[in-house]
Design a protein around this ligand. Structure first.
Ligand SMILES: CC(C)(COP(=O)(O)OP(=O)(O)OC[C@H]1O[C@@H](n2cnc3c(N)ncnc32)[C@H](O)[C@@H]1OP(=O)(O)O)[C@@H](O)C(=O)NCCC(=O)NCCS
Length: 158
């Protein structure tokens, strides 16, 4: 089988569609990247990796899964539902690449996502990618922290 070569990524790294075969690796990554409060439960990840119509991409270095992004379309709006990069590989542009891949796959003119107000690294990534804050969901997260809703308009798509 031909290995997929992605010109945006360094040699040896690839972003490809994920599926339920990736469940255990995504779950392990989830626990590494998020606090206990924010990590998705196993069954939610299974749903994200198997329900039809959802967007899901993995970033792999060889056989190791080191990044994941999920998304869905709700009422005509594309939502990024989760994004994560293994701590050893953060700060190298992989988050940006996963985000761009999911946005393209969602294929909607408006993309939204939510993040904790305190997640400054994620907020910086979203702002750099063209997202603007549009709403505040009071006490959205476990522990009572507000959720910041960001939105990006992508011209000419649908
Ligand atoms: C958020 C996350 C996915 C970013 O992934 P990443 O691969 O580190 O991000 P990138 O290297 O692509 O960086 C993208 C932008 O984010 C910002 N950024 C990344 N790391 C940063 C840091 N340590 N400090 C400040 N800004 C940072 C920069 O603006 C960067 O763009 P630039 O390099 O052009 O300046 C990653 O930190 C992560 O998995 N965090 C834990 C899970 C999480 O919080 N997910 C988001 C939930 S809403």
């Amino acid at each position: 089988m031909n290995a997929q070569v992605d010109p945006e990524l360094p040699a040896g790294f690839a972003i490809t569609k994920a599926n339920w075969h990736d469940l255990n690796q995504v779950w392990a990554l989830e626990k590494l990247c998020f606090s206990k409060d924010d990590a998705w439960p196993y069954l939610d990840l299974l749903a994200a990796l198997s329900f039809p119509g959802l967007v899901r991409y993995k970033l792999c270095k060889g056989k190791d899964l080191i990044g994941f992004v999920g998304g869905e379309v709700k009422e005509g709006v594309g939502w990024i539902t989760t994004i994560e990069v293994h701590p050893d590989y953060q700060g190298r542009g992989f988050g940006k690449a996963l985000l761009a891949r999911a946005e393209a796959a969602l294929g909607k003119p408006t993309i939204r996502l939510t993040t904790r107000k305190s997640n400054l690294v994620a907020i910086r990534m979203y702002e750099k990618a063209g997202y603007k804050p549009v709403d505040l969901w009071k006490a959205y997260y476990i522990g009572g922290e507000d959720g910041l809703v960001f939105e990006k308009s992508r011209g000419g798509e649908d």
